[in-house]
Design a protein around this ligand. Structure first.
Ligand SMILES: *Cc1c(COP(=O)(O)O)cnc(C)c1O
Length: 431
């Protein structure tokens, strides 16, 4: 396997693109080497510009849940294209997708479509503030909610309790209303409420996927919701990653908790740029044009994206692959552990539905601090060995691997074999 054409494009791309990428997660910074350039994808396979085929466990970081270019989605997109691309006025399909989405989430009467997860979340925060009249928001260390100023707060363990910007260019003023708590630690939330009486709400990934997969322990989410009710603060559940991926609907139903505001993205656009936020009527009626919270978008509810979203969710509902996801993930977990054991490598495997990943560490991973104990050098070796054996996975220890409903027995066998070889490579490299 060689990567000559990717290397050439990487060199060329650096002239007019920042680091030759349009999102830093694509840059391979934490695994070394050059990023791959992709030419095409179909079903479970993705092909780079050197003609190398991989089984795709990135799935564009989640959206391609049916696999690439599902024929029903493609048909819907082609049909929509014939009618025009964008109108700056409402269309019937926006109503249709809104109904599918609201029906899937118990606490959602109305939804507003936007163009990305970032936009969904920053609008949801504005809405929580508009509704409660309070300014402060609590977020959890290690949870990612897009790149808006207020949420780019240092989430490293050392700074976990300080509200310091995690990026240059974010003014301290922009994060002064963001408080940090520890995932799976209700006491750390309560401590903030004891100090502040102007907290609008708490935002959380119901199953964290942006520090690797980290599950809420026990009744953490339910207890959090019950507690917030006593404080008149809102629970904002960021299901940009988990929405329609953990279950049709999202993680909320599965975990027995109802959000006050839900954020969506990724899967609901079927591969096109769509985000959404939704809530019960009394909250959504704050949003312009019904209410005084302003939020707008030139391309929001884009017809092509709506068509792709409707087709994806309709097919997903029909396939109902959630049981299969669980079985496939259980099998991958077992294989990862078995092969790690065989080669004497310490790993922890966390999974939920169609999200799974191994951490190169011992013990348990229930929060960001524990996730950070992972040996990222071992992960880098493991990553490249998988790539060279035909598996495309996110180039970071702290990203979930995603499963699509298109995965076949043959794909799984190939993945299992590659995992065996990659664990062997990890041992050889560390000796
Ligand atoms: C991906 C993601 C976002 C940001 O979505 P973008 O479409 O990349 O802006 C926000 N929250 C979570 C939980 C995500 O996984």
């Amino acid at each position: 396997m060689d990567f000559k054409n990717s290397e050439k494009l990487y060199k060329k791309g650096q002239k007019h693109l920042v680091g030759a990428v349009n999102s830093p997660v694509r840059a391979f910074a934490s695994v070394g080497g050059n990023p791959l350039f992709i030419k095409k994808a179909k079903g479970t396979k993705i092909t780079d510009v050197d003609g190398n085929d991989y089984i795709d466990l990135v799935l564009s970081y989640g959206p391609m849940i049916l696999g690439h270019r599902h024929k029903k989605v493609e048909k819907a997109i082609k049909k929509a294209l014939k009618n025009g691309y964008t109108f700056g006025a409402s269309t019937k399909n926006e109503i249709k997708l809104a109904k599918i989405v609201c029906d899937a989430f118990p606490g959602m009467d109305k939804v507003r479509f936007v163009n990305s997860g970032t936009e969904a979340v920053l609008s949801a925060l504005r809405l929580a503030r508009a509704y409660t009249g309070n300014d402060k928001i609590i977020k959890f260390s290690g949870c990612y909610h897009g790149h808006s100023d207020a949420l780019l707060v240092a989430a490293g363990s050392g700074l976990a309790t300080l509200s310091l910007p995690g990026s240059k260019g974010v003014p301290e003023g922009a994060v002064k209303n963001t408080l940090i708590a520890n995932y799976n630690d209700l006491e750390s939330v309560k401590a903030h409420f004891e100090k502040h009486d102007d907290i609008a709400g708490v935002i959380i990934e119901p199953i964290a996927g942006n520090m690797g997969v980290v599950l809420p322990q026990g009744n953490f989410l339910k207890d959090l919701k019950t507690y917030l009710e006593t404080k008149n603060a809102l629970l904002i559940v960021d299901e940009v990653m988990t929405g329609f991926r953990s279950k049709f609907g999202g993680a909320q139903e599965l975990l027995g908790v109802e959000a006050d505001i839900t954020c969506l993205g990724k899967v609901i656009g079927g591969g096109f740029p769509v985000g959404a936020y939704g809530a019960r009527n009394e909250i959504m009626e704050m949003v312009s044009p019904l209410g005084a919270m302003y939020q707008a978008g030139t391309l929001s509810g884009n017809p092509i994206a709506m068509a792709a979203g409707i087709a994806t969710l309709t097919e997903l509902k029909k396939q109902n692959p959630y049981q299969k996801f669980d079985e496939v993930a259980a099998r991958l977990e077992q294989v990862l552990k078995e092969k790690a054991n065989k080669h004497g490598v310490d790993i922890v495997v966390n999974r939920f539905g169609s999200m799974i990943n191994p951490f190169f560490t011992k013990g348990v991973v229930t929060n960001f601090e524990e996730a950070q104990q992972s040996d990222t050098k071992k992960f880098a070796t493991f990553f490249w060995a998988l790539v060279k054996n035909g598996i495309f996975l996110p180039p970071s220890q702290f990203e979930a691997w995603f499963l699509s409903s298109a995965l076949s027995e043959k794909d799984l066998q190939k993945t299992e074999k590659a995992i065996d070889l990659a664990m062997e490579a990890v041992v050889n490299k560390s000796n």
